[in-house]
Structure formats: structure tokens, C-alpha cells
Design a protein around this ligand. Structure first.
Ligand code: 5AD
Length: 433
């Protein structure tokens, strides 16, 4: 999934190639392959992940050609923006006009948007975000697969259902072989081109052991590997990069240091941020973000979170609702409502319209049934499918009643493709110009 439609190499630079997709060109970093002009490659997240034979490429391209343009038309139609909205207050109109003209919005402007309560006003914010998504990124939608390799965790994060607070939870740890096999199944059988490996901070899975797993998957398949194992140290980040991982998902959870420290006993926001910055310097694509609706978190905090993610040069923004888990100290808190989450996604698009991938998280899909469609129509352009073996999924209980705990991969793919097609989105990761 996340079909990397093969593209034809048009130009070759020092470290990158220019790839043509049905007349549109994109740049991709090429580290591993010997490619010449006219070769076909698959790229993902801006990296060439695979060379493809001409016969395979041409058959995939001919299957896609008609659909590719059809989907673009549907998307264009659904993302049209009617600026002559009646009954919209002047200030809201003027802020959204500025966003459309690519002028930067002040904190006050963004707060004004966040505090908008009228239905017509809220809908216009979402539509503006969707319009900007279409304008800059077109209709490609990333569909990554996640494998949750272990729910052991040494940390006591106050909100997290796999933290040390949860004494009732049965723990599991996939073996090296199970992880490699699951990844290869997702890549070879189901067509995933980007796989996220995630776990709690599990002392068994040292950076060396994780690096062996990443290296074996990379040796056997063309894929973008993204890691998410918590704070594995700078040395660990380097080892995993050397092994072939090229993206990291590490949320800073909240940019408010007081809230951060209250929720993460013994840890500091600065250390977290150092990890993320260092990962960026090493060369990882950064996926980051935070939780929406934490106790004592204000709307201003959430806007600051988005600014911080932008400052960290997020390739993908990952913001999802905090969902209280009964076996944690925050059990009696309430989750945010759907509009708070959608507003955060839409504001993210307004703050970083041109290049960002914005994820509809599984937590959001757990909070409300139509989250994926609503999120994709409010600025988001990325989803994550769960390819962890079903027997383990329920135990990866970071929050309760997680969506997709029981669905086969084939069912998830079918549903995702149907939704994306209805919205005119292509499950591709062509990257940006
Ligand atoms: N609700 C929502 N998200 C949660 N996470 C952990 N616990 C919860 C919860 N109760 C998220 C954290 C972490 C990611 C892997 O899961 O943001 O970064």
C-alpha cells in the first residue's frame, strides 16, 4: 500500500534523481541503487526504495493511468471552495483569505479559528484546509503499515495504557523472525512501501537487536522503514540509520514543559526534543506531533505544538486525541471532542500548507467512527493501517477499544481504498516538488 506508482527517471543528480509520474516530476534521494535515465523506480517519502523492471512498471502504469486522472478530477471537485459564504463573520473571512494567499497567520488569528463555534464557520475552516491540501499536495495520500513489535515498556507515562501503570496488561514481544516475516508479508503480499516498527521502551530490544531486524528487512525488500521505539539514545538512532531506517515517528506529546514533566515522570521535554533534532540531523524523515486534549492543555498550547512540529521540520504531523485509559492515573479524565481534533488538523494545514503530510491517527478513528473521512476533508492526507499479527493487537493497548484491533489486513485495505476512491485520493506517496 501507499502505492509507489513507478516513475521514470528523467534526470540524475549527485544524490538524487528526478522522477516523472504521468507528466509531473518529483525529486527523490537515491542512496542504494544504480539507476540511469529511462529506468523505472519506486520512491517513498522522497527516497528511492526500489528499482522496477520496465515490464512490471509499464503494466502498473497502464493499470493506473486512467484512474489516476479520474481520481484527480473527483478530488478537485470535492475540494472546491466557495468564498462567497453567507453569514460568515468578517474576521473569520479575512483570516481564511490570508491563509489562502499564503500569508502567515498570527497566534491570535489561529486562536480565533480554534475558538470558532458556529457550524458554518467551522466547516469553512475545514474546507479551506482541504483546498490548500489539494492546491499544494494534490491527491496523493500516504498509507503506511504499522507493526507493533512489543508492548513491554519501562516508562511511566501517565496517559499510556502500555506504561508501567498498567499492571493488568499481559505483555508480548514478537520475535526477530516474527517481525521480519510480518514486514515481508505486508510488503510483498499486500504492497506496502512504508512500514513503521513501533514498541514501548523495551529493554530486550536494544538498538543492536533492532538494527539487525531493520537490516534484514532492508536486505530482503524495497521499503521505507520508519522506527518508533521511544528514546533509544543518539547512538541507537545512528545504528538504526546505518541499518537502513530512514524515518522516525517520535512525538514530543506536548510543547508545554510543565504538562510534559507532569505526564512523564523522570523525563524532560528538552531531552525529547534533542532526540528529535538529532534524528533530523542524522537524516531521518521526522514524523512528530502530540496529544490533543491533555489535562490542563489550552488551545494555545495546541497551536504551539503545531508550531513546534513545524520547527522540527516534520515531514509528517501526527496529532491525535488523548483517550483516557482505565488502568492509568488519568483514567477519570475526558477525551476531547471531534471538532477539537479536526480543528487541530485543519490548523496544521494552514500553518504548513505546502509540503506536510498530516496523519489521521488511529486514536482519532477510535474516538469517532467517521474520523478518517472527516480528517481527510479537513487538511489531512495520510493514514496508517495496522499490520501487526491480529493475535497481538489487543494487547497493544495504549488506549482502550482501539479501532482495527480485529480487522484482517485485506479488510482494512479494501475499506481504505474504497474511502480514498470516493474522495478522489490515490494511495500514493509521490512526495512534493
Ligand atoms: N491516548 C491517545 N494516544 C496515546 N498514546 C499513548 N497513550 C495514549 C492515550 N491514552 C500515544 C502517544 C505515543 C503514541 C505511540 O501513542 O502519543 O507517542
Amino acid at each position: 500500500m501507499c502505492y509507489a506508482i513507478p516513475g521514470k527517471v528523467k534526470e540524475i543528480g549527485e544524490k538524487s534523481v528526478l522522477v516523472d509520474y504521468f507528466g509531473e516530476t518529483r525529486k527523490a534521494i537515491n542512496e542504494f541503487y544504480d539507476v540511469r535515465i529511462g529506468d523505472y523506480v519506486c520512491a517513498q517519502g522522497g527516497f528511492v526504495i526500489k528499482k522496477v523492471s520496465p515490464s512490471e512498471a509499464e503494466s502498473t502504469l497502464s493499470a493506473w493511468q486512467e484512474l489516476f486522472f479520474e481520481l484527480k478530477q473527483i478530488d478537485l471537485r470535492l475540494s472546491r471552495l466557495d468564498l462567497k459564504n453567507k453569514g460568515i463573520d468578517k474576521r473569520l473571512s479575512s483570516i481564511l483569505d490570508n491563509a489562502l494567499e499564503n500569508k502567515s497567520l498570527s497566534l491570535e488569528d489561529l486562536l480565533y479559528l480554534f475558538n470558532t463555534e458556529s457550524r458554518s464557520g467551522i466547516e469553512l475552516i475545514y474546507k479551506t484546509a482541504n483546498f490548500l491540501r489539494q492546491k499544494y499536495i494534490k491527491n496523493s495520500c500516504c498509507v503506511h503499515g504499522i507493526i507493533e513489535i512489543s508492548n513491554y515498556c519501562t516508562q511511566g507515562c501517565m496517559y499510556c495504557g502500555i506504561s508501567t501503570h498498567n499492571k493488568a496488561l499481559g505483555r508480548y514481544r514478537m520475535t526477530h523472525k516474527e517481525i521480519v516475516d510480518s514486514a515481508l508479508l505486508a510488503i510483498e503480499e499486500f504492497g506496502f512501501k512504508a512500514i513503521l516498527l513501533q514498541s514501548g521502551e523495551d529493554a530486550f530490544y536494544t538498538a543492536d537487536r533492532l538494527a539487525d531486524i531493520v537490516a534484514e528487512i532492508k536486505a530482503k525488500a524495497g521499503v521505507l522503514i520508519c522506527i518508533s521505539f521511544g528514546e533509544i539514545g543518539i547512538d541507537g538512532l545512528e545504528k538504526l540509520y546505518k541499518a537502513g531506517a530512514r524515518a522516525i515517528l517520535m512525538r514530543f506529546e506536548t510543547s508545554n514543559p510543565k504538562i510534559y514533566e507532569r505526564l512523564h515522570p523522570g523525563r524532560s521535554l528538552n531531552t525529547r526534543l534533542d532526540h528529535i533534532k538529532k534524528a533530523g540531523q542524522i537524516g531521518y524523515l521526522i514524523m512528530t506531533g502530540g496529544l490533543i486534549g491533555l489535562p490542563d492543555q489550552t488551545r494555545e498550547d495546541i497551536i504551539n505544538d503545531i508550531y513546534l512540529a513545524k520547527e522540527l521540520q516534520a515531514e509528517m504531523y501526527s496529532f491525535g486525541p488523548f483517550l483516557p485509559h482505565p488502568e492509568t492515573p488519568l483514567a477519570s479524565n475526558s477525551p476531547p471532542n471531534e471538532d477539537d481534533v479536526l480543528k487541530a488538523l485543519a490548523l496544521t494545514r494552514l500553518i504548513d500548507p505546502e509540503k506536510s503530510k498530516i496523519l489521521v491517527t488511529t486514536a482519532f478513528e477510535t474516538l469517532c467512527p467517521d474520523a478518517r473521512r472527516h480528517g481527510l476533508l479537513a487538511g489531512a492526507n495520510s493514514v496508517m493501517l495496522n499490520v501487526t499479527p491480529i493475535k497481538y493487537r489487543k494487547q497493544y493497548s495504549i488506549y482502550p477499544n482501539r479501532a482495527y484491533d480485529k480487522e484482517e489486513i485485506t479488510t482494512q485495505i479494501k475499506e481504505t481504498i474504497a474511502l480514498l476512491q470516493s474522495l478522489g485520493r490515490a494511495p500514493t506517496d509521490l512526495g512534493v516538488n
